[in-house]
Design a protein around this ligand. Structure first.
Ligand SMILES: CC(C)(COP(=O)(O)OP(=O)(O)OC[C@H]1O[C@@H](n2cnc3c(N)ncnc32)[C@H](O)[C@@H]1OP(=O)(O)O)[C@@H](O)C(=O)NCCC(=O)NCCS
Length: 146
């Protein structure tokens, strides 16, 4: 499965976000996509046959990793800050295809993701897992692509 990537932008007027990148949230978690929006993130709509099947919030130049024993290169990692597959399409390979499409969008940097209850997903991509130096359930696992 190969997904197309559509980059979305917020409409900002007078320093305020007037329209967030994603307009409707049917099939997605509303509060992840509809409210506070930072304009220094990239907002990607992952699409198949012009239908949105997943969406992602990306932080280019992320330096996450300091507390994980993984030092980012000077230009940072490309962090997948949030990834969501449409609710009715999960566990069919869309998430894996979405990550492949994101990787193709950012070919010159490694990808990073802090897992939110999805360690099995990131592990299935053969990404390297890094535990927080305080190893406890409160700390998410950092995954880095090859
Ligand atoms: C996590 C998520 C992005 C995975 O996408 P998906 O399309 O359901 O996953 P895929 O079908 O591509 O699965 C790829 C592999 O990951 C595994 N996997 C998927 N979701 C998993 C999860 N939450 N926990 C553990 N393993 C998971 C699958 O079983 C599959 O394993 P396999 O290769 O051995 O068959 C999707 O379930 C989702 O949007 N969840 C809600 C939001 C979320 O948790 N985002 C991640 C934040 S870090």
């Amino acid at each position: 499965m190969v997904l197309d990537v559509l980059r979305l932008r917020a409409i900002v007027l007078g320093g305020r976000v007037r329209q967030p990148p994603f307009r409707d949230h049917v099939g997605f978690t509303d509060h992840w996509w509809g409210h506070t929006v930072r304009t220094d993130h990239d907002w990607l709509s992952l699409r198949s046959d012009d239908t949105e099947v997943a969406r992602a919030k990306i932080m280019p130049g992320s330096h996450v990793g300091e507390y994980y024993g993984a030092i980012a290169p000077p230009q940072g990692w490309t962090e997948i800050d949030r990834l969501e597959v449409r609710g009715d399409l999960r566990l069919r390979g869309v998430g894996r295809a979405a990550v492949q499409a994101i990787a193709a969008e950012y070919p010159s940097t490694r990808l990073a993701a802090l897992s939110e209850d999805a360690d099995g997903f990131w592990s299935s991509l053969s990404w390297a897992a890094h535990r927080h130096r305080i190893d406890g359930p409160a700390y998410r696992t950092l995954f880095l692509s090859d």
